[in-house]
Design a protein around this ligand. Structure first.
Ligand code: FAD
Length: 527
């Protein structure tokens, strides 16, 4: 089998015109890591979205940052040229980590490929208790970062809702969840990176050193380099979480309360929540909604008993948490009550549960296992994530939740809505957000199902997404896509707006041959 693999690799080398002597590969020891195994190619051809497919020539399972640098340098120096795409856990929607004319570097080992090849993760997380940070491999999954830091009673500050995502993958976007109003996105909680640029150089960068590369890579959609190490800020890990949901039928009351809660970000811990999110309930059952399990049959209030008809049939759920444990366990009831009395939710719609911090952070994985068992995980996901400026969120509600989504729809997935403070985002990074102090994430995280319901098909949901974007355009609502997907460079210019010139300049500097992350469709390879 090894001989066959070597033959395949040699054929591949000839094909791409690398002109490398195969013995050089042997000397480098990458022959076991550069794979043309159909299973590896298949896995690198797919992503969570399930909407695109692109097969690479080969897949590299790097054993170190040097392996990554070696491959990118080979691509950069090659006379014919080929592309290199880092793939974290492949949880993109639109083929962002794929390539057809080059090699995918499989940074995460989560899906088992590395284990099959007998290769462990390149470097285990290393916690520096004294300095309150952890150094992790770029392909590390956040769940494993959490497990490692908890051994020291520490945890990262800013999260995503789901932890089976790679550090490099979320830092290439932003990494947001209900903590972002307070701590900023994950890209605001990184001290230092090791990055392999599109020229194959392995550089360390931070606010102080190679700062342009540092800022370029954060939120940079993989365009400037491959993150091989990230130094992530930590805090003492909470023990327990009080998780609370309350319901609203009035959108402006709901957003008023959310905005009030995120305005408390400067207050002491006891005077604010640790996490603020929310979601829309556009059908009565929350069926297939990942978050439905929270409303257990023991809850005193049935959602269907609340009259939302006067409100276009839409309800809104505010979701907040308070961390506690140790000394403050005695005061949690009092502090939470004091915060809740300031809110104007529908009386008697308070749903509360207490759980360990890890279980809260890992909540979506639990839902994943349930959906998997029903065959509802590996289905197409035509997701749409938008940042909506605060000043237009009411127009968005009228046009989208009560308009486009409001009638004859069932929600095959959650629709999240929560605000963030722009001052927690560093303007120098590549991430793009609306030009207002507060903006909302609206995340339509829907699954396409083939169950005979026309409103759940891929075509229907994709068409709805297009209508939502057209509505925003026509109404002059300057939304920015999060996890953006565009097909023309003009659309990308519009997306980046005043940041485009800098983005373009940084591309020239750090990836002049446009080798990296071509699946984002921003730049065409220059060979
Ligand atoms: P991939 O899909 O593998 O890659 C994404 C992009 O990053 C590609 O362009 C790739 O080339 C590039 N890339 C990957 N690794 C590196 C690296 N080491 N260096 C440089 N570039 C790299 N996002 C949030 O912010 N908050 C959430 O709460 C959230 N929840 C999610 C829940 C689910 C179930 C899913 C499927 C996605 C969710 N996301 C969320 C989106 C997620 O953050 C992005 O899709 C992210 O890119 C996925 O990480 P990944 O490791 O799978 O990246």
């Amino acid at each position: 089998a090894k001989l066959l693999l070597m033959l395949a690799i040699c054929r591949w080398i000839v094909t791409v015109g690398l002109m490398l002597d195969p013995t050089e590969l042997l000397l480098l020891g990458v022959e076991e890591r550069l794979s043309v195994d159909p299973l590896d190619l298949e896995s690198a051809s797919l992503d969570f979205g399930g909407l695109h497919r692109a097969e690479p020539w080969a897949v590299l399972h790097p054993a170190s940052a040097q392996d990554v640098a070696w491959l990118v340098k080979a691509a950069y120096d090659s006379s014919h040229g080929f592309t290199v795409s880092a793939r974290g856990h492949g949880h993109s929607i639109n083929g962002q980590a794929m390539t057809t004319n080059g090699v995918v570097i499989q940074m995460s080992s989560g899906s088992g490929e590395r284990r099959r090849l007998g290769i462990g993760r390149p470097v285990a997380p290393r916690v520096y208790e004294k300095f309150m940070y952890v150094d992790v491999w770029g392909g590390e999954l956040w769940i494993d970062v959490l497990r490692s830091t908890l051994e020291y009673g520490l945890a990262p500050k800013s999260w995503t809702d789901y932890l089976y995502l790679s550090v490099g993958g979320t830092l290439s976007n932003a990494g947001i969840s209900g903590q972002a109003f307070n701590h900023g996105p994950q890209i605001s909680n990184v001290y230092e990176l090791d990055v392999v640029t599109g020229k194959g150089e392995l550089l360390t960068c931070s606010e102080e050193d190679n700062s342009d590369l540092f800022h370029a890579v954060l939120g940079g959609l993989g365009q400037f380099g491959i993150i091989t190490r990230a130094r992530i800020a930590l805090e003492p890990a909470p023990q327990m979480v009080r998780w609370i949901r309350v319901l609203y039928s009035n959108f402006s009351t709901f957003t008023h309360d959310q905005e009030y809660l995120i305005s408390l970000h400067g207050q002491s811990d006891s005077q604010k929540f640790d996490y603020v999110e929310g979601f829309a309930i556009v059908d009565e059952g929350l069926i297939n909604n990942w978050r439905s399990s929270f409303f257990s049959p023991r809850n005193p209030v049935k959602i269907s008993s609340i009259d939302a008809k006067g409100n276009g049939g839409v309800l809104y759920c505010l979701e907040v948490t308070r961390n506690y444990g140790g000394l403050d366990a005695d005061t949690i009831d009092e502090e939470v009550d004091a915060l809740l009395t300031k809110l104007n939710f529908i009386p008697n719609t308070v749903f509360t549960t207490d759980l360990p911090y890890v279980d809260f952070l890992d909540r979506v994985h639990k839902a994943e296992l349930t959906l998997r068992s029903k065959g509802l995980w590996d289905v197409p996901h035509p997701w749409l994530n938008l940042f909506v400026p605060k000043s237009r969120i009411a127009d968005f509600d009228r046009g989208v939740f009560k308009g486009i989504l409001g009638s004859k729809n069932r929600t095959s997935g959650p629709i999240l809505i929560y605000p963030m403070n722009k001052n927690k985002w560093d303007e120098k990074t590549s991430a793009v957000t609306p030009e207002e102090d507060v903006f909302y994430l609206v995340a339509l995280l829907r699954s396409a199902l083939d169950n005979g319901d026309e409103t759940q098909t891929l075509d229907y949901l994709s068409d709805q997404n297009r209508r939502i974007l057209r509505f925003c355009d026509d109404a002059g609502i300057n939304v920015k896509q999060y996890l953006p997907y565009y097909t023309t460079q003009q659309q990308w210019r519009d997306h980046f707006g005043h940041k485009w010139a800098q983005f373009y300049q940084r591309k020239l500097e750090f990836d002049p041959r446009h080798i990296l992350a071509t699946g984002q469709r921003i730049f065409k390879p220059s060979f």
